[in-house]
Design a protein around this ligand. Structure first.
Ligand code: FAD
Length: 486
C-alpha cells in the first residue's frame, strides 16, 4: 500500500508524493453502524493511541480508533522502497527504554534490531565541516571531542547535571530544574563561552540542535539536561539511547503488531482518513465530529493528538486555559530529516557535522541498500530551515555539505508542513515545561489527554508515547471498574 505521506525522488522518476508502507490500513474502516455508543474513542493512531486502543480493547472495552491519516504510526513510520526500509520519523530504540522494551519483548522482536553504524569501511572518519573548512578526525577522537564539549555544557553542578535532574522519570521539576527550564541553551553557552574550544563549541551546538530541532535561543536548557539524564549522564549513553539501534524491518513492522493485537480482541472498531474537527463533551459522554461531518459517541475519550495541532480541533467546552496556552505556544522542533541513497560505498562509515552554515547539520552512514549503495541520513531544523521538496538542488547541496556524494535517491517526510503534526518530536522552548507540564497532562471531564509530547520519562520519544498510552488506558479502565471483564 502507498501512503499519501512522504516523498521520494530519483532522476528517472522525479519527485513523487506518497511512499509505500506496511502501516497503511486496508480497508480504511470497519465501522458498521453509525449509532453505536462506544466505551471509549481514541483519537490518533500513533504509538500512544495504538497502545491505548490495544490495552482498552484487550480489557473488554468497546473501542473506536479514529485517525486522520491513511496509516498507523503517526510521527513514527517507515517506507520500504526496493527492499530497503527508510525511517520517515521516529527510528531508534534502546533496551534501556523500559516501555519500548516491554513491547519489543511482548512481540518477540528482540532479534529484529540492527546497528545503524558500521565503522569498518572506506572513509571511516568524522568530518567536521564549518565555514573555516573541513577537519577530519577518527571516531575515537570524535567521541572524546563530543564528550568533553557536552560535559562542559551540562556541568552546572560539578556532577554533570545529576543534582538538577536526579530522577529523570519524575513529573516534579525541582527549583533548580525550573531555573534551567527558564534558560535557553544560548544562555548556558554564554556562561561557558571562555571554557569551550572552537571545535567543542561547534560540536556542542550542533548536537543540541540535532536534539531540539529548534535554535539555540528556542531550546530549553533544562530539557537538554533531561535528555542527558535519561541517557545516563554521558555522551556514550546519548549514542546508545538516541541514534544506534533500529528495526531491520522498519518502525511500521513494530507498530502494526499493536494494531493487529487490538483488532484480534474483537473489540476494536477503526476509521482511518478521518480527521476530527470537533469534540463536544459533558458529564454524560463525548461526541466527536470529523471534517466530513460524521459523528461518533462514547462514554470516554482518549485524545492522542499532538500539542502543535491540538488547537486545530474545536473543543466544546473549550480546552482548559493552561492546556490551550501550551498548545498556542507549541513546541519548537522543526526537524528536517532527509535520507539519501548514494553510490559512494566509501561513505558508509562516515559521521559528520556541517555547521553553522549548512541546512543539514548532522549526518552519517546509516546502512547499505540491496543495490549495494550507501544510505545516508541527515538532520536539520529551525536553524537554516528549509522544505526539502521545494528545491531539490538545495536539498542535495545540503547533503553535499558533509562530503561530495553521488545522490541516486532522496526519501523524506516534511514534518513542518504536515497538518497533523506541525513539527517533529516535542522539544520545548524555555519556560513551557515549568509553566505547563501539569496542564498538558491534566484530565478534562471524560477526556484523557495522552501523548509522547507530555510524557514524564522519555518525553518526545516512542517510549514516551507508549508510557502515555499505557497511562491513558489504565485511567479509562479505572472509570469502568466493576464491569465484568476489567
Ligand atoms: P503521534 O505519533 O504524532 O500520533 C498522533 C496521531 O494523531 C497521528 O497519527 C496524527 O495523524 C493523529 N492526528 C492528529 N490530528 C488529528 C485529528 N484532528 N484527527 C484525527 N487524528 C489526528 N522517537 C524515538 O523514540 N526515536 C527516534 O529515533 C525518533 N526520531 C524521530 C525523528 C523524527 C523526524 C520525528 C518526527 C520523530 C522522532 N521521534 C523519535 C519521536 C517519536 O516519533 C514521537 O515522539 C512519537 O512517535 C509520538 O507518538 P504519539 O503517538 O505521542 O504522537
Amino acid at each position: 500500500m502507498t501512503s499519501k505521506d512522504g516523498y521520494s525522488w530519483t532522476e528517472a522518476q522525479g519527485l513523487r508524493a506518497g511512499v509505500p508502507s506496511i502501516g497503511v490500513i486496508e480497508p480504511p474502516t470497519n465501522v458498521k453502524s453509525g449509532d453505536t455508543v462506544y466505551d471509549v474513542i481514541v483519537v490518533g493512531a500513533g504509538y500512544c493511541g495504538l497502545t491505548a486502543a490495544r490495552d482498552a480493547s484487550l480489557a473488554g472495552l468497546k473501542v473506536l480508533l479514529l485517525e486522520a491519516r491513511d496509516r498507523i504510526g503517526g510521527r513514527s513510520w517507515s517506507s520500504n522502497i526496493e527492499g530497503y526500509p527508510y525511517e520517515m520519523g521516529g527510528t531508534w530504540v534502546f533496551w534501556g527504554q523500559a516501555n519500548v522494551w516491554r513491547e519489543i519483548a511482548r512481540y518477540g522482536m528482540q532479534d529484529e534490531l540492527e546497528i545503524s553504524y558500521d565503522f569498518s569501511k572506506g572513509i571511516n572518519k568524522y568530518l567536521l565541516s564549518s565555514p573555516q573548512g573541513v577537519q577530519t578526525f577518527t571516531h575515537e577522537e570524535e567521541d572524546a571531542l563530543m564528550q568533553s564539549a557536552l560535559a562542559k555544557l551540562v556541568n552546572v553542578d560539578g556532577c554533570l547535571g545529576r543534582t538538577v535532574v536526579p530522577f529523570p522519570h519524575s513529573g516534579v521539576l525541582t527549583p533548580e530544574a525550573r531555573k534551567y527550564d527558564h534558560m535557553s541553551v544560548a544562555d548556558r553557552l554564554a556562561e561557558i563561552k571562555n571554557d569551550l574550544t572552537p571545535n567543542e563549541r561547534l560540536c556542542a551546538e550542533a548536537f543540541v540542535l540535532l536534539c531540539s530541532g529548534g535554535t539555540l535561543e528556542t531550546t530549553s536548557f533544562y530539557e537538554f539536561l533531561h535528555w542527558w539524564a535519561l541517557s545516563g549522564y554521558s555522551y556514550e549513553g546519548c549514542i546508545d539511547y538516541l541514534v544506534k539501534y533500529k528495526f531491520r524491518g522498519g518502525q511500521s513492522s513494530f507498530a502494526i503488531r499493536f494494531f493487529r493485537e487490538a483488532l484480534a480482541s474483537g473489540n476494536l472498531t477503526y476509521a482511518f482518513n478521518s480527521p476530527v474537527s470537533k469534540i463536544q463533551h459533558g458529564g454524560d459522554g463525548v461526541q466527536i465530529t470529523t471534517r466530513v461531518g460524521k459523528t461518533y459517541k462514547a462514554a470516554k475519550m482518549i485524545c492522542a493528538i499532538p500539542l502543535n495541532v491540538l488547537n486545530d480541533v474545536a473543543f466544546d467546552p473549550p480546552l482548559a486555559p493552561g492546556r490551550k496556552a501550551a498548545a498556542t505556544t507549541g513546541h519548537v522542533n522543526q526537524c528536517v530529516k532527509v535520507h539519501a541513497e548514494i553510490s559512494d560505498k566509501d561513505l558508509r562509515s562516515f559521521t559528520g557535522i556541517s555547521y553553522p552554515h549548512n541546512g543539514l547539520l548532522y549526518g552519517f552512514g546509516d546502512g547499505t541498500t540491496p543495490a549495494g549503495n550507501t544510505h545516508v541520513v541527515a538532520f536539520g531544523g529551525q536553524h537554516n530551515h528549509f522544505h526539502p521538496e521545494e528545491n531539490l538542488e538545495h536539498t542535495k547541496a545540503a547533503l553535499q555539505g558533509f562530503a561530495p556524494m553521488n545522490i541516486q535517491r532522496l526519501v523524506f517526510h516534511n514534518w513542518s508542513k504536515d497538518e497533523f503534526a506541525k513539527g517533529a518530536w516535542f522539544f520545548p522552548a524555555p519556560g513551557l515545561l515549568a509553566t505547563h507540564l501539569k496542564d498538558m497532562r491534566a484530565r478534562e471531564r471524560n477526556i484523557v489527554f495522552a501523548c509522547s509530547d507530555w510524557a514524564l520519562g522519555w518525553r518526545s520519544f516512542i517510549d514516551g508515547a507508549i508510557e502515555e498510552g499505557t497511562r491513558a488506558a489504565i485511567t479509562v479502565r479505572g472509570d469502568f471498574a466493576g464491569r465484568a471483564k476489567l
